[in-house]
Design a binder for this molecule. Sequence first.
Ligand SMILES: [Zn+2]
Length: 102
Amino acid sequence: MSIYAMHRLNKEGTVFSTSTTSYTKDYAERALPLYLADQLIEDDNGRIRRRYRLHSDKPTTIDTALSYDINCPQCGNRLRQIGRCLNAHDLGLYRCPNCDKN
Ligand SMILES: [Zn+2]
């Protein structure tokens, strides 16, 4: 699993760029208010795809989580949410439409 740090791009704190880190999940939990953790899944064609789970240290409502626009750590394109929030800390699941083209 890789951890991606999030960087606010607007005043409201709803648009983020992301960057690769070498953090462990334990360290990210302590150090980062918001981060993405990736997971690799196999799609219907047997290709390995990368998905990103958003985590927040502060309890976050679904409405707030839905207002976030997050850029892909690999290519910078906007991620698309494809899975719902699990609880107030483990938020949406995202994919990158651009990276998935390859
Ligand atoms: Zn991408």
